[in-house]
Design a protein around this ligand. Structure first.
Ligand SMILES: [Zn+2]
Length: 157
C-alpha cells in the first residue's frame, strides 16, 4: 500500500486511502454481522432447511437472497436457511425460489439423469412450495428481493 501510494500522482493518495479505509470498515462490519445474521436466520427457520426441512443445524447456512456484495442487507427477510445440498445450487442458479415461495429447478438439470442425489434432493424439489418458513410473517423472505433474485435465475436457465 505504501509503495503504491508513493507512485501515485500528487493529490490522489488521500482519496485512495479513504477508499481503502471505507473498504476495510465494510469488511469489518460484514464480518461482525455475519454470525448474527446466521443465527437469526437459522433460528427463524426453526433449524431446518427451507427447501427440504433437513433438521441439522450443523448442515445449515444462512443464504442471502440478495447477495451481500450487491448491497443485500443482513436482515432475516433477506435470508433463507438452506442446507449444504440446497445452498450451493441456489447460489449458482441451478435452483431458484419464486416470490410465491415455490422451488424451481433449472430445465437443463431436470433433463439430466444421474444418481439419487440429483433425482431426490434436487429434481424432486421442482414445483414444491418451501417446506419451512418462519412462523412470524414479518420474518419471511421479502417477495421483492425474491423477485429480483428469481429474474437472475430465469436469465441463467
Ligand atoms: Zn435442504
Amino acid at each position: 500500500m505504501e509503495e503504491g501510494q508513493r507512485a501515485l500522482p500528487a493529490g490522489s493518495s488521500g482519496e485512495v486511502v479513504d477508499i481503502a479505509r471505507r473498504y476495510n470498515e465494510r469488511i469489518v462490519r460484514t464480518r461482525h454481522h455475519q454470525p448474527l445474521f446466521r443465527s437469526a436466520v437459522i433460528y427463524a427457520y426453526q433449524r431446518r432447511c427451507a427447501v427440504c426441512r433437513l433438521p441439522f443445524a450443523e448442515l445449515l447456512d444462512a443464504a442471502h437472497v440478495k447477495a451481500d456484495a450487491d448491497g443485500g442487507a443482513a436482515n432475516v427477510t433477506n435470508g433463507l436457511a438452506l442446507c449444504k445440498i440446497h445452498h450451493g445450487p441456489f447460489d449458482v442458479n441451478i435452483l431458484g425460489i419464486s416470490p410465491d415461495y415455490v422451488v424451481h429447478v433449472r430445465q437443463s438439470v431436470l433433463e439430466t439423469f444421474d444418481g439419487p442425489t440429483l433425482q431426490h434432493a434436487i429434481k424432486e424439489m421442482n414445483g414444491e412450495h418451501l417446506r419451512q418458513l418462519p412462523a412470524a410473517r414479518g420474518e419471511r423472505p421479502d417477495r421483492d428481493l425474491l423477485a429480483e433474485r428469481f429474474e437472475t435465475f430465469q436469465a441463467a436457465s
